[in-house]
Ligand binder design. Sequence first.
Ligand SMILES: [Zn+2]
Length: 63
Amino acid sequence: MRGVLNEQTKTVHKSTDQTHRLAACGALFHVSAESTVSVDVADAVDEGDASRCGRCFDDAGGY
Ligand SMILES: [Zn+2]
């Protein structure tokens, strides 16, 4: 699954259909494009030490 990573917080969000630069939950609205990158969600979590956004992923478990 494709997602968008906030490199400042190391949080992966589900990306919107329109662009891989915006999170489905809206969290990245105020984050500059330089701080976000389109990634594969599983790779970012397993290899990039990122955590999944609790609002974008129901199974992420808490905050
Ligand atoms: Zn999110």
